[in-house]
Design a protein around this ligand. Structure first.
Ligand code: CP
Length: 337
């Protein structure tokens, strides 16, 4: 496939063409600390200078397969691709999981003949790694049960905008030790942000992800702590983050989870335990009155719609980087785990 010439930015020169890469973004840990920082800078540049990239992805085509519903992720990938001259094709995969009708390998071997990049939202993380293993085109994780890296990167972009710098900030995550917690720990560790993750003991983040984040943190100086006390997590926190107590696919557990998670609700009392300047964060959709109260999510401390806005800019940066090799490379590291 041919690549159109792109407009070069003085800060972020983009090559005229790059081969369809075998690089993916499947885990937040796929980015080295330097690559994560560079991606955020590039996304901020894209946000400030969108016109420079109007034709950056002309001729490029993206296919999206979503096994779960989406508002933000779908629209920001589609709008981001269109805003850079590319095209997006959405496949509603909510009625049947990928790999059921035909093997993941056969799906991958078809798709790589037609389009330039795949964006997948699946239940099983292994579905995304399985497609990536066989596809010669980039694969982007748009949420699996294990990780949500694009969201976490947009979240740290939001914190960088708000505080000016990320190094040494502390983010308290309270609630379910889910995909969001995992990607925040991995991306936060890479970016030098301390993480305090407070969950009920039976809903703690997976040990191997915590260990991986702590290893990255040893390199960057970020402390990654897991605990059960939500108040302890708040001490000195610059940002307070929560997510749904029952994620997509766990709806039948909602009532049982609501009881266990009640002490982790981010309300005015819990928020007051964080630093006075702390911001409130949520990936959305929010379940008002459950994991967060209206008073908090609608307060001046809330940056939830800044996070949502930055989904667009971080997706654009990821797409431009994977399809044109802009600014830095996203390597395959832990992607095939
Ligand atoms: N935060 C997030 O991924 O939103 P959607 O589920 O609407 O895409």
């Amino acid at each position: 496939m041919s690549s159109q010439p792109v407009v070069a930015s003085p800060l972020y020169p983009m090559p005229v063409a790059s081969p369809a890469g075998q690089e993916d973004l499947i885990s937040a840990a796929d980015l080295s600390p330097e690559e994560a920082a560079s991606l955020l800078e590039f996304a901020q540049h894209l946000k400030a200078h969108p016109a420079e990239y109007r034709h950056a992805l002309a001729g490029k085509q993206m296919a999206m397969f979503f096994e779960k519903p989406s508002l933000r992720t779908r629209l920001t990938f589609e709008a981001g691709m269109a805003s850079m001259g590319g095209m997006a094709f959405f496949v509603d995969q909510t009625q049947s999981r990928l790999g059921v009708r035909e093997s993941l390998k056969d799906v991958a071997k078809n798709l790589e003949r037609w389009v330039d990049v795949l964006v997948l939202r699946t239940f099983d993380h292994a579905t995304v790694t399985g497609i990536a293993e066989h596809a010669s085109i980039p694969v982007i994780n748009a949420l699996t049960d294990l990780e949500h890296p694009c969201q976490a990167l947009a979240d740290f972009m939001t914190l960088k905008e708000h505080f000016g710098s990320l190094k040494g900030l502390t983010l308290a995550y309270v609630g379910d030790g889910n995909n969001m917690a995992h990607s925040l720990m991995l991306a936060g560790a890479a970016l030098g942000v301390n993480l305090k993750v407070a969950t009920p003991a039976q809903y703690a983040p997976q040990h191997f992800v915590v260990a991986q984040a702590q290893l990255i943190g040893e390199e960057t100086g970020a402390a990654i702590e897991v605990m059960t006390d939500p108040v302890a997590a708040m001490v000195g926190a610059d940002a307070v983050y929560t997510d749904a107590w029952a994620s997509m696919g766990q709806e039948q557990e909602s009532a049982a989870r609501a009881k266990v998670f009640q002490p982790y609700q981010v309300n005015v009392q819990l928020m007051a335990c964080a630093a006075p300047h702390a911001v409130f964060m949520h990936c959305l959709p929010a379940h008002r009155g459950e994991e967060v109260t209206d008073e908090v999510i609608d307060s001046a401390q809330s940056v939830v719609f800044d996070q949502a806005e930055n989904r667009l800019h971080i997706q654009k940066a990821i797409l431009a980087q994977l399809l044109c090799g802009a600014t830095t490379k996203i390597p395959v590291r832990s992607a095939r785990a």
